[in-house]
Design a binder for this molecule. Structure first.
Ligand code: MG
Length: 262
């Protein structure tokens, strides 16, 4: 089956799932989590005329620290023997084009370009061999991090959890084989300057290994998002910046950056 390109768009003030074909968005009336050959409804319009939303509404966002050795090295920390997971709150999610807001509590907010998995079906204690079958598809993410707070505080809840600290999108590429995402370039540019460039083949724990590991202690449900870690090159964001996460064959996620206005 060829990959499908799924989007969430704003229609009449609400969110609707659609499938992108030839620049046009077709309503997915039953949502994206059922039968992939399921009902495809009427056209919702041309993509260029619709407002794209984050292509998931997760109950939780599962993230992994130090999943690229080169990124662990730039923070002078070891790669862990088992995946080191943390959560971002669903309230951190924003869509393509939405602003990353720099909070006054931090003097150093950084970008982290990451491949994101969108979970497609409920699973608990799924083994690694079966884990990919629980993934709907992949999209681009930015694990925005208040690095000074993250360093100063033992728990990362605040440093990783501010509103707007989880840009996602623009498209979920669904129906891929696990091998198809095993060696993709992950890049980040800020104002056109290349900051990060790595490959998913450098991940310490594979996408399937991460899904399986997370599911050993929490039930993953459709729409949950798992961020797979960032390559080396993370750096600061300042007001007025434009940050782009680009993943080969997946898409390009652009967000402006601004300061929080009190
Ligand atoms: Mg990260």
């Amino acid at each position: 089956m060829s990959p499908r390109r799924l989007v969430r768009v704003e229609v009449d003030g609400g969110a609707r799932w659609g499938e992108l074909r030839d620049g046009e968005v077709h309503d997915l009336r039953d949502g994206p989590f059922g039968d992939p050959a399921g009902r495809r409804g009427a056209p919702l319009g041309e993509l260029s005329r619709l407002r794209l939303l984050a292509p998931a509404a997760p109950s939780k966002i599962v993230c992994v620290a130090r999943n690229y050795a080169a990124h662990a090295a730039e923070h002078a920390v070891e790669v862990p023997a088992t995946p080191l997971l943390f959560l971002k709150p669903p309230s951190a999610v924003i869509g393509p084009g939405d602003a990353i807001v720099l909070p006054p509590e931090s003097e150093r907010v950084e970008h982290e370009a990451e491949l994101a998995l969108v979970i497609g079906r409920r699973c608990r204690r799924i083994d690694e061999a079966a884990a990919w079958s629980a993934v709907l598809g992949v999209t681009c993410a930015n694990d925005v991090s208040a690095r000074d707070l993250q360093r100063a505080e033992k728990l990362w809840t605040r440093g990783k959890g501010f509103d707007t600290f989880c840009p996602l999108g623009p498209v979920v590429v669904a129906g891929l084989a696990a091998e198809a995402i095993a060696d993709l370039e992950v890049a980040c540019t800020v104002n056109g300057e290349l900051r990060q460039r790595g490959r998913t083949s450098e991940m310490v724990f594979s996408a399937a290994a991460l899904v399986s590991f997370a599911s050993q202690f929490m039930t993953l449900v459709p729409g949950d998002v798992l961020l797979t870690g960032t390559p080396a090159g993370v750096g600061p964001l300042t007001p007025g910046d434009e940050v782009i996460v680009e993943i080969e064959g997946v898409g390009s996620l652009t967000n402006p950056v601004r300061a929080e206005v009190g």
